[in-house]
Ligand binder design. Structure first.
Ligand SMILES: C[S@@+](CC[C@H](N)C(=O)[O-])C[C@H]1O[C@@H](n2cnc3c(N)ncnc32)[C@H](O)[C@@H]1O
Length: 245
C-alpha cells in the first residue's frame, strides 16, 4: 500500500530541493546522503531500509558505493530484492532480513550507518546504537534522520497524543532528539551534533492520502489507512550526526 500510495521511499518528511523548492523523494534522499557525508567508495549500512528505495537511489547517484540494507520485514526483503535486481544493482546493493539491534555483519565493516525514519521502531535504543557503533570502522559516521517527540510540548495530553501517533504507525516509541543523542553518546560515539529539521516538507506525504475523483476530494487507499487526528502528534523532524573515534 505504501508503494502504491506514496512510492518506494517510506519517509514522511522530505528535504525540499531546487528553485522553487520541491518535495521529491529521490532528490531528498540524495540530499540526506550528502548531509550524512556519504562519498563514493563508501561501504554503507542502511538500517531499517524499507523496500530499498533509498538504497537504490544512493547507489545510482554514487556509482562506487556498496550498500547493505536491512529490514525486519520479509515482505520488504522480497520486494526490495526485486527492485534491486530490476535496477541492475545486485553487485553493489544487498538487502537482508535482519534486526538492526543484532546485525549479521562483522565489526568495523562500514563507513556510514544510516537510519532514515527507522529508530522509532527500536525496542532497545542502546542496543541499536551499540550495534551501529560496532559495525562502523574507526572514523566512520552515523546519520539519523527521524521523527522525534517534540520536547516543547509536555503534559498528559501530549503523552496521549504521542501514544496515538505511535499506535498509528506501529512505532515502539517515538523518542526525543536529546534522548537519542544520550543513547548515541553512551554507545561511545563522539562529535555528536543534533538539530531539528523544520525545513522538511510533509505536503507530498499528506497529499498522497487524498485523491480527486471528478470534482470531489476523497481519501486514497493510503488515506483510508492512515488519515487520522493522531498525525498531528507532538512531533518534529530532526537529524543527528556522530562519529566513531
Ligand atoms: C518508515 S520505514 C523507513 C524505510 C526506509 N528507511 C525508507 O526511507 O524508505 C521504517 C523501516 O524500519 C524497519 N525496521 C523497523 N524495526 C526494525 C528492526 N528492528 N530492524 C530492522 N529494520 C527495522 C521497517 O521494517 C521499515 O523498513
Amino acid at each position: 500500500m505504501f508503494l502504491r500510495g506514496f512510492g518506494p521511499v517510506f519517509q514522511a518528511g522530505l528535504v525540499r530541493v531546487g528553485d522553487p523548492p520541491r518535495e521529491e523523494p529521490e532528490r531528498s534522499v540524495i540530499a540526506l546522503a550528502q548531509r550524512a557525508g556519504v562519498e563514493d567508495g563508501h561501504r554503507i549500512l542502511d538500517a531499517g531500509c524499507g523496500v530499498a528505495g533509498p538504497a537504490v537511489i544512493i547507489a545510482r547517484h554514487f556509482p562506487a558505493v556498496v550498500i547493505d540494507a536491512v529490514t525486519n520485514s520479509a515482505r520488504q526483503v522480497a520486494i526490495g530484492g526485486e527492485r534491486i535486481r530490476a535496477a541492475g544493482l545486485s553487485d553493489r546493493v544487498r538487502i537482508h532480513l535482519a534486526d538492526y539491534q543484532r546485525l549479521p555483519f562483522r565489526s568495523e565493516a562500514f563507513d556510514r550507518v544510516l537510519f532514515f525514519e527507522s529508530t522509532g521502531y527500536a525496542t532497545d535504543l542502546d542496543l541499536t546504537y551499540q550495534e551501529a557503533y560496532r559495525v562502523l570502522a574507526p572514523g566512520g559516521g552515523l546519520y539519523v534522520k527521524d521523527v522525534f517527540r517534540d520536547p516543547e510540548v509536555g503534559g498528559e495530553l501530549a503523552t496521549e497524543r504521542i501514544e496515538a501517533f505511535d499506535r498509528l504507525w506501529g512505532c515502539v516509541r517515538t523518542k526525543t532528539l536529546s534522548e537519542s543523542v544520550a543513547a548515541i553518546l553512551r554507545a561511545g560515539f563522539k562529535k555528536t551534533s543534533a538539530s531539528p529539521m523544520p525545513e522538511l516538507g510533509t505536503a507530498s506525504f499528506a497529499g498522497s492520502m487524498f485523491l480527486l475523483d471528478g470534482h470531489a476530494l476523497g481519501r486514497s487507499e493510503f488515506g483510508d489507512a492512515f488519515l487520522s487526528a493522531a498525525l498531528g502528534g507532538p512531533i518534529e523532524f530532526g537529524e543527528i550526526r556522530a562519529v566513531k573515534p
